[in-house]
Design a protein around this ligand. Structure first.
Ligand SMILES: NC(=O)c1ccc[n+]([C@@H]2O[C@H](COP(=O)([O-])OP(=O)(O)OC[C@H]3O[C@@H](n4cnc5c(N)ncnc54)[C@H](OP(=O)(O)O)[C@@H]3O)[C@@H](O)[C@H]2O)c1
Length: 265
C-alpha cells in the first residue's frame, strides 16, 4: 500500500491542510496526491507544487486507492451517493474526516464491502503536528497500519472506539481554537504589562509550546511542572490562584462540555 495514490475529496480548510502536511512529509510524493473541489482557483497553489487538482471527483477516485473525504457534513451524503458506483472494494480504502457521520452511515452510502475509516485530525496537520484519532469497523490490520502510518507522518495517531469520535472532535479539533484563545488572552495580558503585541504573542505562543513539550517529551504531569514554578508567596501562585478564583479551569471544562453537548444534539 506504500505507494498508493491519495485523493482528497473536498479541498477546503482541512483538505488543504492534509495536502500541505503530506507535501511536507516523506509519506507521499506530490504526484501521488489529488485534491478536488468545485472552485479550483482556490487550490491552484497546490498544482504549482505538483499536486493534481480537479473538480472531477469520479476521476480522482478512479486514479487513487486511498480516498480521504473532507466534505462538509451537510453535503457529504449527497456527494458520496452520486459517486457510489466509483468505489471498488478490491481497490479503495475510504477515510472520512467528516464530523458526525458514522461509519454505518458511510457504509450505507458507499457499500458495506468498502474498507472504511473515520479520522479526526486538527488543522495543525498542515505542519505535521496534528493529533488524529482513528477508528474502523471493517478495515484490515494492514489497512489500519497504513492509515496509522499516514497520520503518524502528520503528527500522532490514536486508535479509539467510534463512540469516542465526538469527544475526540471536541478535545482535539475544537481544542485548537481553545488553545489559540488562551494564547490570544495571554497576549492581551502581555500588552497590558508592557510588551508590544507582536512580542507578547511570540512569548505567549512559545511558552505554550514549551509547556506542552514538557509533558509530551518528558511524560510529566502538568501539576508536577506547575509545582516547580510556584514559589511560596511568589507571583506565579498568586496569579494562578486568582485565575482559579475567576473560574479558569471550571470555564474550560464547562466550555468543553458545552461543545460536546452541541455536537451530540
Ligand atoms: N476544520 C477543522 O479544523 C476540522 C477538523 C476536523 C474535522 N473537520 C471536518 O472536515 C470537513 C471539512 O471541513 P473544512 O473546515 O475543511 O470545510 P470547508 O473548508 O468548507 O471544506 C469543504 C470543501 O468541500 C468542497 N466541496 C463542496 N462540494 C464539493 C464537491 N461536490 N466536490 C468536491 N469538493 C466539494 C468545498 O469547496 P467548493 O465549494 O469549491 O467545492 C469546500 O472547500 C468537515 O466535515 C469538518 O467537520 C474539520
Amino acid at each position: 500500500m506504500k505507494n498508493s495514490k491519495i485523493a482528497i475529496i473536498g479541498g477546503g480548510n482541512l483538505g488543504i491542510a492534509i495536502a500541505e502536511g503530506l507535501l511536507k512529509s516523506v509519506f507521499a510524493q506530490p504526484s501521488q496526491i489529488t485534491v478536488t473541489r468545485r472552485t479550483l482557483s482556490r487550490i491552484e497553489f497546490l498544482k504549482e507544487k505538483g499536486v493534481t487538482i480537479t473538480d472531477n471527483n469520479a476521476q480522482a477516485i478512479a486514479t487513487s486507492e486511498i480516498i480521504i473525504v473532507a466534505l462538509k457534513p451537510y453535503n457529504v451524503k449527497d456527494v458520496l451517493a452520486s459517486l457510489k458506483d466509483q468505489f471498488d472494494p478490491k481497490k479503495h480504502v475510504v477515510i472520512s474526516v467528516v464530523t458526525g457521520i458514522s461509519l454505518q452511515e458511510l457504509a450505507s452510502i458507499v457499500g458495506n464491502d468498502i474498507s472504511l475509516f473515520r479520522a479526526m485530525p486538527n488543522t495543525a496537520i498542515a505542519i505535521q503536528q496534528s493529533v488524529t484519532c482513528v477508528c474502523t469497523t471493517n478495515g484490515t490490520r494492514q489497512q489500519a497500519d497504513f492509515v496509522t502510518d499516514l497520520f503518524n507522518n502528520l503528527g500522532i495517531t490514536i486508535a479509539i472506539d467510534e463512540k469516542l469520535m465526538d469527544a475526540a472532535t471536541v478535545l482535539g479539533a475544537c481544542g485548537i481554537a481553545y488553545a489559540l484563545r488562551f494564547i490570544r488572552a495571554a497576549t492581551q495580558g502581555g500588552i497590558e504589562i508592557g510588551f508590544d503585541a507582536k512580542t507578547a504573542n511570540l512569548i505567549s505562543a512559545q511558552t505554550v509550546k514549551g509547556a506542552a513539550e514538557l509533558l509530551l517529551q518528558l511524560g510529566r504531569h502538568p501539576e508536577e511542572e506547575i509545582d516547580k514554578v510556584t514559589t511560596p508567596k511568589g507571583c506565579t501562585i498568586v496569579g494562578l490562584n486568582e485565575m482559579e478564583h475567576q473560574g479558569f479551569s471550571s470555564s474550560l471544562i464547562k466550555g468543553i462540555s458545552s461543545s460536546y453537548k452541541k455536537i451530540q444534539s
